[in-house]
Design a protein around this ligand. Structure first.
Ligand code: BGC
Length: 345
């Protein structure tokens, strides 16, 4: 493994970049935001491309508005009105997305410098978020471990708290399996029978079946096939930006959350997770105002996210699986991004 200096924050905190290699795969991870900065994978002919959007330098990450590659927390996705009640006490969070608190607030995990420690095959990043950080109760000690083997990247998350709190961690990588060009021709499979329907503020209104809707990806489909359907769900989000909800896995272990294929390269990404949902976000808010690696401005369709996580706004939704973490309990979850290469089509 290689360790490099990546830059320093205005307050002097140093940021490092770790490069993990295994077989033909190479992943780069930053101590800023626990960001997956790059993920290089071969196609069937051996040609390697970077399949994760990212910036060349730290300034890109400091100015970022897209959460590219970052670990988001303490609570990925939206919490309605920036408020939730736990054990009869109301907690008030920053409202950084309309009325909602998005991705743990503006000073969330994506904007924190993590401590790094090398582990077998990868790197473990750790962070202590103090009691009251971004309004969340409890001192939360979190780790994120990136381990690369020749099949893919395993991301493990743990957290412990000293007071009852809520936790929902994920990685916010934007993928483009062809390296560049539109992802609308990528073929996506999401083996989930239901999704979380949302209102115009992208706050849950209920869990609905995918049957007969543009949300049905149980059989593989081009991302672009129904992207322009004028249904309320797609209009609310300017595209896909929803949580697909899986049946419980039999043993609580990993199950297939998504399979995607880049048509020009034939590269395939499989996402395996123990989490109850995957937020598939088709990069709707990339509007050409952000310039990424190699000086390219990102526009709608340049990348998509598959964020394994609990359901949005769970702290305010008594019918959703619980995201409460209490002292003595351990949050411990895992997602695998597995890469392979078939043929181009
Ligand atoms: C959310 C989008 C949001 C984006 C920010 C995604 O996880 O679902 O609504 O705009 O993050 O980059």
């Amino acid at each position: 493994m290689q360790r490099e200096h990546f830059g320093a924050l205005p307050d002097g905190q140093e940021v490092e970049r770790y490069v993990l290699r295994s077989g033909r795969l190479e992943a780069a991870v930053l101590t800023y935001g626990a960001v997956l900065q790059s993920m290089c994978a071969p196609d069937a002919s051996g040609s390697v491309a970077d399949v994760a959007l990212g910036y060349d330098d730290l300034d890109g990450y400091l100015a970022d508005t897209t959460y590219v590659g970052a670990v988001v927390g303490r609570f990925a996705n939206r919490i309605a009105n920036g408020r939730f009640e736990l054990d009869g006490v109301e907690h008030v969070l920053p409202q950084n997305n309309g009325d909602a608190c998005l991705h743990g607030g503006p000073g969330g995990f994506h904007a924190s410098v993590w401590k790094a420690r090398e582990v077998t095959g990868g790197v473990e990043l750790s962070l202590t978020s103090p009691d009251g950080d971004m309004g969340f109760p409890g001192t939360l000690t979190a780790t994120v471990t990136y381990v690369l083997d020749e099949d893919g990247l395993t991301v493990g998350y743990t957290a412990e708290t000293d007071r009852p709190t809520v936790v929902n961690l994920t990685n916010h990588a934007y993928w483009n399996l062809d390296g560049e060009g539109t992802v609308e021709d990528h073929v996506l499979e999401l083996p989930a029978p239901r999704f979380v329907a949302v209102d115009a503020g992208l706050i849950p209104t209920g869990i609905e079946p995918v049957d007969g809707t543009p949300m049905d990806f149980r059989a593989p489909r081009r991302i672009g096939e129904n992207l322009r359907s004028a249904t309320d769900q797609l209009l609310h989000a300017l595209g896909y930006d929803h949580a697909w909800v899986y049946e419980d896995s039999e043993d609580g272990g990993l199950q297939l959350g998504a399979r995607v294929r880049g048509p020009r390269s034939g590269r395939v990404l499989e996402v395996l997770t123990d989490q109850p949902s995957v937020q598939f976000y088709s990069g709707n808010f990339l509007d050409g105002s952000v310039v990424g690696r190699g000086g390219r401005a990102w526009r709608q369709g340049d990348g998509f996210c598959l964020e394994t996580q609990h359901l949005p706004d769970s702290p305010n939704q008594p019918d959703f699986p619980s995201t409460v973490l209490r002292p003595g309990e351990r949050y411990d979850t895992r997602t695998v991004f597995r890469f392979s290469a078939g043929g181009a089509s």
